[in-house]
Structure formats: C-alpha cells, structure tokens
Ligand binder design. Structure first.
Ligand SMILES: [Zn+2]
Length: 142
C-alpha cells in the first residue's frame, strides 16, 4: 500500500502570494483584523491613557461585531492576493486554500500548460524578432 504523503504548503503559499501587508486589514470574507500591539508603536499614542482608551474602544466594538478580530500576537499581517481576491494570512476563513489546493493537486497539468504557454510565447517572440529583422533589413517603418 502506498503511503499517502501530506504536504503542508501553507507557509510557502502565503509567502509567495503575499504582495502587501498592514496592521489593520480587511479579509475578503469581511473580517477586519486589527493588531492591538501595533497600536503601542504609533507615535500618536505615546500617551499611555490615550492608548488604553483606544484599545478599550476596540474591545468594546469587537464585543458587538463578530467580524472585528483583535490580534494580540502580531505586529501586522500579510495580505495574500490570489485570483483578484485579498485574504488576510491567518484568517480563519482560509479563503486562499481552495486555490492552493487546486494548484497543488493539478500541478502536473499546470506544469504542462505552462510549458505549452512558454512555447507559444517563444514562437510569437521569434516571429516578432523575424519581422523586426526584415523591417530593419529593408529599412521599413513598423
Ligand atoms: Zn478571511
């Protein structure tokens, strides 16, 4: 019996598909992720009392809003961009997972497709190069 191999690609996928980040990001699912510890770094809130009031107001808002996620562990979040959607890395929706699973499960066909696409691009490029060579040879305007 063949051993089923489980590959955990979450970290690699998120790193490769993360193009931006922030301390306050809204995921495609609607959840807004707020870094609570990052607020301590904001210069504006160097006054301890203002910071505590701000954090307390977020705690109050989060109690009334299930989509407001307060994070006490991270100074910021990565934004995973895939197929035109933006997902916050670590969001419980894991909205990127179907894309990652598709890419992984179909990797053999995707590799074949990319090779074919690369071949088409090379063919078109060499045709364009040939046209440029001919135009140059006969001093034609393009
Ligand atoms: Zn989400």
């Amino acid at each position: 019996m063949a051993t089923k191999i489980h590959v955990d690609l979450d970290d690699q996928f998120c790193e490769i598909f993360s193009q931006a980040g922030g301390t306050n990001l809204t995921c495609n699912c609607g959840r807004e992720h707020i870094s609570m510890i990052q607020m301590e770094d904001w210069e504006f809130y160097d006054d301890e009392q203002s910071l505590e009031m701000l954090q307390a107001s977020y705690v109050e808002m989060a109690a009334l809003d299930d989509n407001l996620i307060l994070d006490y562990d991270n100074h910021g979040f990565s934004m995973i961009e895939v197929a035109g959607f933006y997902f916050v890395d670590g969001c419980e929706c894991e909205g990127w997972r179907p894309y990652m699973d598709f890419l992984f499960e179909e990797r053999k066909y995707i590799a074949q497709f990319l090779l074919a696409a690369n071949g088409e691009v090379k063919k078109l490029q060499s045709q364009a190069d040939l046209m440029d060579m001919i135009a140059k040879e006969y001093d034609l305007e393009k």
